[in-house]
Design a protein around this ligand. Structure first.
Ligand SMILES: [Zn+2]
Length: 684
């Protein structure tokens, strides 16, 4: 929403008319939250100045001010209180332009109006005292304010800034934390310079929220400047060992999240564009975003909720047309496939993936709330055979063979199409077509390598972070899906029969069996496809359920509580290391897109299961090994590649039916891959 505009273009463009004068607008950052943004033109280019996040309430007048000192420092004020500053070193005065000033909308456009009242606008030629710089105390961009009890070297990092035009001397800073005092002398501060101060925090205090008051004083000639800041420091208990993660695969508000009992949720910690341009590990987000992320991670620790960074750099690469042209997979004829999916064998893409992991872990390594990462979700549905010269060369180097002519689809080659295919349908282990598909699904499509690259990057600064990939068994039955990630997971819809969740769970165990130490978690979808569960709206109004009356066009509805419960028991009875749920919008009343909240009982059932089963029994369940199984079910990669078999993690096909039959018979099967048998034989 535009407050003032004399600039016309509030985004980069390399024409002179686009880079003059100024505009001031509100950028929405969430429900009721905004940033003030000033975009100033310097003739050749423009630069953005933005405030901290602010809350604006309807029906309440506020006084908004922006000051610019003509030398690269922009300051924002709400009701006279500072709400942030941006410094753009080396910037000078704004270039004058030719457009008229527009109040309350964008110049030359009608769709960015301010939906409120503007009472008065004043534009001044000089900065009044109250809007000028002063002595300031700020949290450093990546300051910690939440700590684990008994954490070593705990400190709150502060920036003491002389934002005046004079130099300051005889500076001193003092603080009060719980019942403890401290102080420190400051070196002289030149105009517009800053100093960093570490306030040591005693983490032996009992877990609680403590006020920290900081006062800075300094002299400018005979005048004394003073700044005061009230902060909160939180000490939280040390985490208990063997806590079973209950992951919200999505993002909800922390209050309701904790009330239901989730221990983790997804957050965004990476600006891929920035890391791509840098070409090496760098700050994972722009400088102006660091303090917001730090505030968030501090709050997560204070609430004892773990943050999972969701990172899909490989998918991001082909999201933009130019890069897609360069990195998209190509068919045998050299033409790019329609579905965007990058060729995983471009070294640039691998480096980028590793840089993303390294950037995120280096930037946020000191935040204990940052605990895990989801790497590249749902990327293999659109993978395909690729025929760049480097793909062919990689296969040649590995096997001394060429990609077989018959290989045209990632699903394999029907045996009927292979001339001379043995009548008994037995083929040798080194069959050239089989060899190719083994290579393609294990390493040739590149995805497993890309997951490993992000994983390696993350581990470079934070070896304790756990990483996961899903849906890991939406792939043929051959080891390697997910690469080196610590945990494989898979989401399952609970219909038609919730115990079918056990099939994907057992397939995950078979997949993880190829990598010693790799663990399994399991996700249940909170959403149901309406089309597959309740497709027909009853004609008779009185026959409709409450939600059918309220939201007759809902496309995704809430899973039935009993289904959620049965699926829970089915998965928790296996030796999994954590459970996950997706579909916040169908679990609680929330801002919704496609997911609708149609059953209020479901979250009650989930809360009950978490608090009465997972919390008390989780630590035991995490330590109880699997019971040996008397029944095995072979999922044959060879049959999948030559005869179209396989479940690919879905509930259809002979294998899926067989698994369900066994469960109804109360026989817990172990799923075997051909590789399991080749490695271990069939003896128990
Ligand atoms: Zn390729």
């Amino acid at each position: 929403a535009f407050l003032l505009d004399k600039k016309y273009l509030h985004y980069p463009r390399a024409t002179p008319q686009a880079n003059r004068d100024y505009c001031l607008y509100l950028r929405r950052t969430g429900p009721g939250t905004f940033r003030l943004v000033a975009y100033l033109g310097y003739g050749e280019d423009s630069a953005e100045y933005s405030s901290q996040e602010i809350i604006l309430e309807p029906e309440r007048w506020v006084h908004v001010a922006f000051s610019y000192d003509g030398a690269g420092v922009g300051r924002f004020f709400i009701n006279g209180e500072s709400v942030g500053r941006t410094a753009q070193p080396g910037r000078g005065p704004v270039s004058p332009g030719q457009y008229d000033l527009v109040i309350g909308d964008r110049y030359g456009s009608l769709y960015s109006g301010f939906p409120g009242w503007i009472d008065q606008v004043r534009i001044l030629g000089s900065i009044p005292d109250w809007a000028a710089g002063r002595l300031e105390i700020e949290l450093a961009p990546l300051a910690r304010t939440a700590f684990l009890r008994m954490e070593r070297d705990a400190a709150v990092e502060l920036v003491i800034r002389n934002d005046t035009a004079e130099s300051l001397t005889e500076g001193e800073i003092s603080w009060n934390y719980a019942d403890q005092q401290g102080d420190q002398k400051l070196a002289p501060l030149a105009a517009h310079s800053e100093a960093r101060v570490m306030v040591l925090i005693d983490t032996r205090l009992k877990a609680d929220r403590y006020p920290l008051t900081v006062i800075a004083r300094a002299k400018s000639g005979h005048k004394t400047c003073e700044a005061r800041r009230e902060l909160n420091v939180v000490i939280v208990p040390r985490p208990l060992p063997n806590t079973m993660p209950v992951v919200m695969w999505g993002t909800g508000d922390l209050d309701r999240l904790q009330e239901i009992g989730f221990t983790h949720q997804l957050i965004n910690l990476a600006d891929f564009d920035r890391i791509w341009k840098e070409g090496k590990p760098t700050s994972a987000v722009g400088e102006e975003q660091l303090s917001d992320r730090a505030t968030m991670l501090n709050e997560y620790l204070a609430r004892q909720v773990g943050a999972i960074a969701t990172l899909s750099p490989g998918s991001w690469v082909v999201r933009e047309a130019e890069r897609q042209k360069r990195f998209q997979r190509i068919g045998r004829n050299g033409e790019p496939y329609k579905d965007p999916n990058p060729c995983g064998l471009f070294p640039e893409v691998t480096w980028f993936c590793e840089n993303v992991g390294a950037s995120v872990s280096q930037t946020f390594k000191k935040f204990p709330a940052f605990q895990a990462a989801l790497i590249h979700t749902e990327v293999r549905d659109s993978t395909n055979l690729c025929f760049h010269e480097h793909d062919r060369a990689a296969y040649r180097t590995k096997t001394w063979q060429e990609i077989p002519d018959l290989a045209a689809s990632k699903w394999g080659v029907r045996y009927e199409k292979v001339s001379g295919f043995p009548e008994n349908r037995l083929i040798s282990d080194d069959d050239p077509i089989l060899t190719f598909y083994r290579w393609f699904w294990k390493e040739g499509d590149g995805w497993n390598g890309l997951h490993s690259a992000v994983h390696r990057g993350l581990k470079s600064a934070r070896p304790d972070i756990w990483t996961f990939f899903d849906p890991a068994v939406r792939a043929p039955s051959i080891w390697g899906s997910g690469g080196q990630v610590d945990v494989l997971s898979q989401w399952t819809y609970s219909y038609p029969d919730p115990i079918k969740i056990g099939q994907a769970t057992d397939e995950l165990f078979a997949m993880a069996d190829g990598r010693p130490g790799q663990q399994v978690m399991k996700m249940t979808q909170i959403i149901w496809y309406r089309s597959q569960t309740a497709p027909n709206l009853p004609e008779e109004e009185s026959q409709r359920a409450a939600w059918e009356k309220e939201i007759p066009d809902a496309k995704f509805i809430t899973i039935a509580p009993d289904h959620l419960r049965e699926a829970f028991w089915s998965k928790i009875s296996r030796p999994i290391r954590g459970i996950m749920y997706h579909g916040w919008g169908s679990l609680v009343p929330a801002e919704h897109a496609g997911y609708r909240y149609t059953n209020p009982e479901t979250k009650e059932v989930l809360r009950d299961l978490i608090w009465n089963v997972v919390r008390p029994l989780g630590p035991t369940l995490l330590q109880v090994p699997d019971a040996p199984s008397d029944v095995a079910l072979l999922e044959s990669f060879t049959s999948q590649m030559f005869a179209g078999r396989g479940t690919y993690g879905w509930g259809r096909g002979w294998e899926a039916d067989m698994h369900l039959v066994l469960q109804w018979a109360r026989l817990q099967p172990r799923i075997l891959y051909e590789e399991t048998i080749l490695r271990d034989g069939l003896a128990p």
